[in-house]
Design a protein around this ligand. Structure first.
Ligand code: PMP
Length: 456
């Protein structure tokens, strides 16, 4: 047996993967990755791939960084763990919270560390109710989120999310106090509606939902500035700010889920303020915070919230690994690298090329929509470009294109009928050309096959 077969067999025999389809996994087994450098990955057989997914929207500074390995090793040796409960702290947490306060929008100077994105969202969900109660609004226990959103995989974060495919009937979701409104899915807006009219209709729907639930019962609105896992939904320019203004009018806190959009993915530290003109009450982040080198998340929140919630009370939320020293040390080094190498402006520059390269695919007969922002991108494949008709689910178009790309050394993520990308910020113009070229070849190969099969 080769080493590959050993590892794949062990994994197959014992590991339950997140979002796995049992039957296809049993048939195909895992792709076992053993090494990464920059944007590239190597599998156990030595085959090289350009990882245009960036791990899972997270390897922002690129893989295989010696400085990161050193920072992690040094911290692990000096202080591998100390809890941060009650009144104990350590230097990496103190330094990282101060650094996050510095790069966050003005007025957001407080940080509560978590273990990742889902736990940041869960923690924010508890925090908004805590703050509202501290302000004397004990009745504000409901929250509003949106369709096609993904906020994580814990019970509450998954209940806040609303991607069709995630709503498995075997699992339960919290539904008594979590409400959803439509997403700014511009490509799928109602027939005959302009983008401006669509934006107006979303604002009106939000206001109607607040009216229906009762503003006095609503603690917060949760929103990803760009809905990533729900299909890279880039909102119309004025949408997010108008949603925020509605929140402000009704005393509803605005929680920006910047787990994907933070740390340079959109060319800025955070997207909500700089790009969309919204100053959230809370920003949840993870992923690019450490570029995936360590599991860590954070809830960054405003001085106003802090003032109202603090005083003679206990805050009883947090984890053994909140502010883990090794994870904080990794995040600090990661932020230093982003600053020292000017990766925010590099991301902007590469982002412009990346979007242009993806738009170059629009001539292909099954590419219905290309959308994205900076270094997030997505191709939506359709059976009919005029009517925007989807392929039958059984065709598994996104998966087929991903497989064809993978055979050519490119990793893109399938998501239903979409192929989604979020490459490391360190991507180069040549690598962008490679992504577009291989994706084009993969789409053409799959289209030709569908034509041969009489499906297209
Ligand atoms: N929010 C968003 C917007 C995400 O994309 C994700 C993960 N893809 C999460 C939250 C959850 O983060 P984690 O997987 O680190 O728990």
């Amino acid at each position: 047996m080769t080493q590959h077969n050993d590892l794949a067999a062990l994994d197959k025999a014992h590991a339950l993967h997140p979002w796995t389809h049992f039957e296809s996994f049993e048939r195909d087994g895992p792709m076992v990755i053993t090494r990464g450098k920059g944007c590239d990955l190597w599998d156990v057989d030595g085959k090289r791939y350009l990882d245009a997914v960036g791990g899972l929207w997270c390897t922002n500074i690129g893989l295989g960084r010696k400085e990161m390995a050193q920072a992690i090793a040094e911290q692990a040796e000096r202080l591998g763990f100390a809890n941060t409960f009650v009144d104990q702290s350590h230097d990496p947490q103190a330094l990282l919270s101060a650094k996050l306060a510095q790069i966050a929008p003005e007025g957001l100077n407080r940080v509560h560390f978590t273990t990742g994105g889902s736990t940041a969202i869960d923690s924010a969900y508890r925090m908004v109710q805590f703050v509202q109660a501290a302000r004397g609004f004990e009745g504000r226990t409901h929250v509003i989120a949106r369709r096609h959103s993904y906020h994580g995989s814990t019970f509450v974060s998954m209940s806040l999310g609303m991607r069709d495919g995630d709503r498995s009937p075997e699992f339960t979701y919290k539904s008594d106090t979590i409400h959803h409104v439509e997403a700014p899915y511009v490509y799928r807006r109602p027939e005959g509606m302009s983008v401006e009219e669509f934006e107006d209709s979303l604002i009106a729907e939000f206001e109607a939902k607040i009216e229906e639930v009762g503003a006095e019962k609503i603690a917060a609105f949760f929103a990803e500035p760009i809905q990533a896992s729900g299909g890279v939904l880039v909102p119309p320019p004025g949408y997010l700010k108008r949603m925020w203004e509605v929140c402000q009018r009704h005393g509803i806190l605005f929680v920006a889920d910047e787990v994907v959009t933070g740390f340079g993915r959109c060319g800025e530290w955070f997207a909500s303020e700089t790009i969309y003109g919204v100053t959230p009450d809370i920003i949840c982040c993870a992923k690019g915070l450490s570029s995936g080198y360590q599991p860590i998340g954070a809830v960054i929140f405003s001085d106003d919230l802090w003032l109202d919630m603090s005083g003679d009370r206990w805050y009883t939320s947090g984890f053994t690994y909140s502010g883990h020293p090794v994870a904080c040390a990794a995040a600090l080094k990661n932020i230093e690298i982003i600053e020292d190498e000017g990766l925010l402006s590099h991301a902007k520059e590469m982002g412009a090329l990346f979007q242009q390269a993806l738009h170059g695919l629009e001539d292909l007969p099954i590419v219905g929509d290309v959308r994205g922002h900076t270094l997030i991108g997505c191709v939506e494949n359709v059976a009919d470009k005029t009517t925007r008709r989807d392929f039958d689910e059984g065709i598994d178009i996104g998966r087929r294109i991903t497989d064809a790309a993978e055979a050519r050394g490119l990793i893109v993520r399938p998501m239903g009928s979409l192929n989604v990308m979020s490459p490391p910020l360190v991507i180069t113009p040549d690598q962008i050309d490679f992504v577009a070229e291989i994706l084009r070849a993969a789409i053409i190969e799959v289209t030709d096959q569908l034509v041969r099969d009489g499906v297209k």
